[in-house]
Design a protein around this ligand. Structure first.
Ligand SMILES: [Fe+2]
Length: 267
């Protein structure tokens, strides 16, 4: 007979697989065919780019020494994993030599597309004033679905390290660059300038598949090693994060369809 914990684990695994499959095959990738729809997408999705950094930084706080006086970290391998991810996410080097966070890079892409940066800039200002992510989201002008997604991420921030590492690993946007590059091709063929978005996506194909993905998997394994309860909690949280993403994708697709932008095709 299969023990309960093993049964639960295999149920979680298949639910995670199912949620990832739903994301990969989501209709969102088919409804974004006009500049307006692409603007609608980035105006929602920018919250994912911003709040992802809070997850990453919270892991950096736990796994590396960020206080003075410095003391040696307990697990240098885990520390190195997260530092290398932070290095790229917070301070990547663009092909023209500029050093920039992926969030600022994404904002530049939004600007190039003519998207409204006001709500996300206001949110960042509120965070700089010391407001919590959840409170700042409540007062934000971001679309409701984007605020709901951000609140879901904020709810993970006080949780244990292995839970945040799982949300980080499964919430990463590994399929997005692949799915969006053909969309950007279509836009560019129609004469829409998307250079910043293209380079952002290409960079993520490089780092997510090449280094960050395996690094994040290694990190979660290290945090959960030989602890079945940790693994179970991690998988349940990852599933919640993926569900939040599916809901965001549903809402963006609906917003694009409601604008009737699908009919106004570029190519
Ligand atoms: Fe990134």
């Amino acid at each position: 007979m299969v023990p309960n914990t093993q049964l639960e684990r295999s149920k979680n695994r298949s639910a995670l697989h199912e949620a990832r499959t739903r994301l990969r095959g989501h209709r969102l990738y088919r409804v974004i065919r006009t500049p307006k729809a692409l603007r609608t997408f980035v105006e929602h999705h920018v919250i994912c780019v911003l709040d992802f950094m809070s997850l990453v930084k919270s892991l950096q706080f736990d796994l590396t020494c960020t206080t003075v006086p410095w003391t040696p970290v307990q697990d240098p391998d885990a520390a190195r994993l997260i530092q290398s991810i932070v290095l790229d996410e917070e301070t990547d080097v663009r092909s023209d030599g500029r050093v920039q966070s992926h969030f600022e890079w994404y904002c530049e892409a939004m600007e190039e597309l003519g998207a409204d940066l006001g709500p996300i800039r206001e949110l960042v200002d509120e965070l700089r004033r010391g407001r919590s992510l959840a409170d700042a989201l409540d007062a934000s002008r971001l679309p409701a679905a984007a605020r709901a997604f951000g609140r879901s991420t904020a709810s993970f921030l006080p949780r244990d390290t292995h839970v945040r590492a799982a949300v980080f690993l499964y919430g990463r946007e590994e399929v997005i660059p692949e799915m969006f590059l053909p969309i950007v091709d279509g836009m560019e063929n129609g004469g829409v300038g998307c250079e910043a978005l293209r380079s952002y996506l290409v960079r993520h194909v490089e780092i997510d598949g090449g280094t960050h993905g395996p690094l994040a998997e290694g990190l979660l394994d290290r945090l959960c090693q030989r602890n079945a309860a940790f693994r179970e909690e991690a998988e349940v949280a990852a599933l919640e994060a993926l569900e939040a993403r599916v809901q965001l994708w549903d809402a963006i697709a609906q917003a694009c369809e409601a604008d009737d932008v699908v009919q106004d095709r570029v190519s």
